[in-house]
Design a binder for this molecule. Structure first.
Ligand SMILES: Cc1ncc(COP(=O)(O)O)c(C=O)c1O
Length: 389
């Protein structure tokens, strides 16, 4: 059976070039970057080359990059590293759980958190952020692109608000990296998280941008790795892979490769909208990353659609992958004001560099056939039809 993968916001395949770049660091060049001998220095040089590439992707200098084990650790380091008990944090209701649950923990530890709402397109209103400021506010943490809808946030304005108020500004850039340009200076952020496995590097590696001069308390105690900001022997193969993926992403944002993904996503979305009843795109009308489409198919359970498509060879996701299996409708779609039934009727299609036109044709045929079949079985849909005819 042919299989097509349209769940790249959950994770991406490692690109062959990325795998080739990391391979020697699993086999021959296995040194510890802290060792002063030849093997160690080879590893050190590889880490620093990777740091350069990641810095170039984010528009910062290489000393401002701290390698981590992934997006979750980068988000946690940004939050717990900059906030003390008693401080106040502003975030949004649509953040990833890596931020939301870290903020819940912060409250348990004596901090306070304001979670600003979003409008029906899934956008934070910067004025809400401004209004939430208090004398005790230490940090604003707002994501760049939402993992479920791909909707981009007005971060430059929020960055200006953070600068005026002299509070730290953290951006979860995990779902934006490699899809849109990130320039930490234009955003005005002090901290920005990215994750390797969302940008065609392996799982278990990520990075946090830390603006020069930002006092960050380490969250792991041990050696003085990463300029004492993150202890632990470096994951050299992962870091090398992230460096290579960042280099490819930097090129992809300039050589039309991202536009190709956008054209495929737009065709997928438009064809579904034009040929299927009772569907819509969540967050359409807001600026979005070019690879993501979150679509509701009224009168269908999104989870049932995900399972039925999987049986036919198409991998997509119903809401966030980490919460699939949960019966609660997505916190992101609910926050956008979707009624629970419509939120549950939504699926996320997310493309990657490896997808081609044939994948989209295959997905379109399967979605059309499966939606029609599920709706035939749906008493809700039949009743609707009966009423309107
Ligand atoms: C927006 C966002 N932030 C953070 C994370 C966590 O990243 P990681 O899987 O590398 O821990 C994810 C992963 O889904 C994400 O989408």
């Amino acid at each position: 059976m042919q299989r097509v993968y349209l769940d790249n916001n959950a994770t991406t395949p490692v690109l062959p070039e990325v795998f080739e770049a990391m391979r020697p660091y699993l086999l021959e060049q296995y040194g510890n970057a802290s060792s002063i001998h030849h093997h160690g220095q080879e590893a050190r040089a590889a880490v620093e080359r990777a740091r350069d590439s990641v810095a170039r992707l984010l528009g910062c200098s290489q000393s401002e990059i701290v390698f981590t084990s992934g997006g979750t650790e980068a988000d946690n380091l940004a939050i717990f590293g900059s906030v003390s008990p008693g401080d106040h944090v502003i975030t949004s209701v649509i953040e990833h759980h890596a931020v939301l649950h870290a903020c819940d923990r912060l409250e348990e530890l004596g901090g306070s958190v304001t979670r600003v709402p979003v409008d029906d397109l899934g956008r934070v209103n910067p004025d809400d952020v401004r209004r939430a400021l208090r004398p005790a506010t230490k940090l604003i943490s707002i994501m760049m692109a939402n993992n479920e809808t791909g909707v981009l946030q007005p971060l430059e304005e929020i960055g200006r608000i953070a600068a005026e108020a002299d509070v730290f500004f953290h951006v979860d850039g995990v779902q934006a990296a490699a899809k849109v340009n990130i320039d930490v200076n234009a955003l005005g952020c002090d901290l920005l998280s990215i994750s390797g496995h969302k940008v065609h590097a392996p799982k278990g590696v990520g990075a946090l941008y830390v603006r020069k001069g930002t006092a960050l308390r380490p969250q792991l105690y041990g050696g003085s790795h990463e300029r004492s900001r993150r202890a632990g022997t470096e994951n050299i193969p992962g870091i090398v892979a992230l460096g290579k993926a960042a280099e490819i992403a930097f090129g992809g944002l300039r050589n039309g490769s991202v536009q190709k993904v956008a054209a495929l996503r737009d065709r997928l979305e438009q064809t579904i909208l034009n040929h299927t009843d009772a569907v819509g795109v969540n967050g359409a009308g807001a600026p979005r990353v070019p690879n993501t489409s979150n679509i509701y198919f009224d009168a269908i359970e999104g989870e049932a659609l995900v399972v039925a498509l999987d049986l036919k060879g198409l991998s997509v996701s119903g809401g966030a992958a980490c919460s699939s299996g949960a019966t609660e409708p997505s916190h992101v779609l609910t926050a956008m004001g979707l009624p629970p039934a419509r939120a549950r009727a939504s699926v996320r299609l997310s493309l990657g560099k490896q997808n081609n036109a044939a994948d989209i044709d295959y997905a379109l045929a399967l979605i059309s056939e499966t939606v029609a079949r599920l709706r035939e079985l749906s008493p809700v849909y039949n009743r609707k039809q009966a009423v309107s005819s």
